[in-house]
Ligand binder design. Structure first.
Ligand SMILES: [Zn+2]
Ligand SMILES: [Zn+2]
Length: 103
């Protein structure tokens, strides 16, 4: 199950479960749309591209399956990139010219 992380790892903007600005890489590294643009669609951690984070519904539309945010709430553990701005800039510069599907 996807971990719905509460903030952008770079600028710390709140990204609640219903946010349309949340972007994730395949490892669930989570950033806001503005930071993903600045990162040239390059994850500072894994170097992969990003996609909009799917929105988990509030309601359990199939009660027998116990889904939705009521059963699987968003994480409240805020995360921060461990890399410095300089390091990230070099990493992005190295990778960004390769399309994500060819990385
Ligand atoms: Zn951000
Ligand atoms: Zn990543």
């Amino acid at each position: 199950m996807l971990e719905l992380r509460p903030n952008c790892e770079l600028c710390d903007k709140d990204l609640p479960p219903a946010s349309l600005e949340a972007r994730i890489c395949s490892y669930e590294c989570t950033y806001c749309a503005d930071c993903v643009e600045k990162l040239a669609n390059t994850c500072p951690t894994c170097g992969g591209g990003f996609a909009p984070r799917p929105i988990r519904p509030n309601a359990a539309y199939r009660p027998e399956l116990k889904l939705g945010l009521g059963n699987h709430p968003a994480s409240d553990k805020r995360r921060y990139s461990k890399f410095t701005a300089e390091d990230i800039a070099a990493h992005v510069a190295r990778i960004k010219s390769i399309p994500p599907e060819e990385r």
